[in-house]
Design a protein around this ligand. Structure first.
Ligand code: ADP
Ligand code: 5GP
Length: 201
């Protein structure tokens, strides 16, 4: 029987442009006690992005060495760049009883599901294809080619929803954030995560 309550791993993923970054940022403002994992990437920083805050920006050589040394919990090539989650941060925080939040792509989420089957997998989707198109274009970060790749992948990616525990429609950021918070609260109340209470009684 579980004797101590360890942290819960929450994984937010979904198609590019669904609003994962936006919703996770808002969530961190509302729940600063969540530990947001900072990923490693080989892509170049965008204006305003800071090493160690938004990502750890590394070379391909460094990234490949991290894979070889099993320093990454999961990794994937997403739109021509490598992205991965540092393993030690996640393991340390969970063991210390803190909840950890990962904001990663679908390929990465499926890898994490193998390692942490009791993680909570949340699929974030935009309210419509038209809105997704507007968001990817509105972000102003894509070329025509990269827009086509992201938008084209979304239809196939939506099918992956079935692999997740929860789906959250990101219509209004505040509302989507509240839904994720409700999921966090509910998971903390799940019987399987609270069996240690029996031994305490
Ligand atoms: P992702 O991380 O899933 O690729 P982003 O968080 O970068 O998506 O969001 C894509 C764009 O959509 C950004 O310009 C962001 O400001 C905008 N956006 C995100 N959520 C909403 C929302 N609920 N309503 C309107 N715009 C949104
Ligand atoms: P961006 O370059 O726009 O910051 O992120 C591109 C995509 O990579 C997004 O879908 C984002 O969720 C995903 N991503 C960010 N970090 C990681 C990670 O550590 N692992 C995986 N698999 N995907 C990530």
């Amino acid at each position: 029987m579980t004797t101590r309550k360890s942290g819960i791993l929450f994984v937010v993923s979904g198609p590019s442009g669904a609003g994962k970054g936006t919703v996770c940022k808002a969530l961190m403002e509302r729940r600063p006690e969540l530990c947001l994992s900072v990923s490693v990437t080989t892509r170049a920083p965008r204006p305003g992005e800071v090493h160690g805050v938004n990502y750890f920006f590394e070379t391909e050589n460094t990234f490949e060495a991290m894979i070889a040394n099993q320093e990454l919990l999961e990794w994937a090539k997403v739109y021509d760049n490598y992205y991965g989650t540092p393993r030690s941060f996640v393991e340390t925080k969970l063991a210390a009883g803190y909840d950890v939040l990962l904001e990663i792509d679908i390929q990465g989420a499926m890898q994490v599901k193998q390692t942490y089957p009791d993680g909570v997998f949340i699929f974030l989707i935009p309210p419509s294809a038209t809105e997704l198109e507007a968001r990817i274009l509105g972000r102003g970060t894509e070329t025509e080619e990269s827009f086509q790749k992201r938008f084209g992948a979304a239809r196939h990616e939506l099918q992956m929803m079935k692999e997740y525990n929860y789906v959250v429609v990101n219509d209004v950021v505040e509302a989507a954030c509240q839904r994720v918070e409700a999921i966090i609260e509910a998971e903390h109340c799940s019987v399987s995560r609270n069996l240690y209470l029996l031994s305490e009684w």
